[in-house]
Design a protein around this ligand. Structure first.
Ligand code: SME
Length: 162
């Protein structure tokens, strides 16, 4: 498998996402296992954008359980509706948090996180089966463009959980 081409940081983040997404589509399309794909997507996003923490939590019963990730040690279990991740799962929507200190119930796995975005991942019947969670050390790091691109990456994974 060829390396993923990552555009330099001098390019707009949006341009860098646009170069990355077709490569992720090809990567994910070549491998049917969702865990293998979550692992590579987390690795590529971490390498490309350098965020503090990039990873997945999987829905297991009434909880989210830590899945493949890149970054420091993280909480292993999150209850339905709790924290940013549990809220994204319960409300089935992307939750973009510009300032984690202003999000009631935010679960601080790392004291360094300042902003966060969580995107739900679905199966073939539209149930939430996992979330993609990204933490940044930069306040208000995530934009609506990032949301759009990360949701697109989320949909690449959706069909693997059929
Ligand atoms: N901050 C998250 C918990 C997961 S960590 O950020 C990796 C939350 O509030 O759900």
């Amino acid at each position: 498998m060829a390396d993923v081409l990552i555009l330099p940081e001098t390019q707009e983040r949006s341009t860098r996402f646009e170069a990355l997404i077709p490569q992720l589509r090809a990567l994910v399309g070549a491998e049917p296992d969702p865990v293998a794909n979550m692992a590579n997507v987390a690795a590529v996003l971490k390498e490309a954008f350098g965020w503090h923490w990039v990873g997945f939590y999987r829905v297991v019963g009434e909880e989210l359980v830590l899945g493949p990730f890149q970054g420091p040690l993280a909480c292993t279990r999150i209850t339905f509706g709790k924290g940013v991740c549990g809220t994204a799962w319960k409300e089935d929507r992307t939750v973009l948090v510009p300032d984690v200190d202003r999000f009631p119930g935010h679960i601080a796995c790392s004291a360094l996180s300042r902003s966060e975005i969580v995107v739900p991942i679905h199966d073939g019947t539209d149930r939430v089966v996992a979330v993609l969670d990204i933490d940044s050390v930069v306040l208000a790091d995530f934009t609506d463009q990032d949301r759009k691109h990360l949701e697109e990456i989320g949909t690449l994974l959706d069909k693997l959980f059929a």
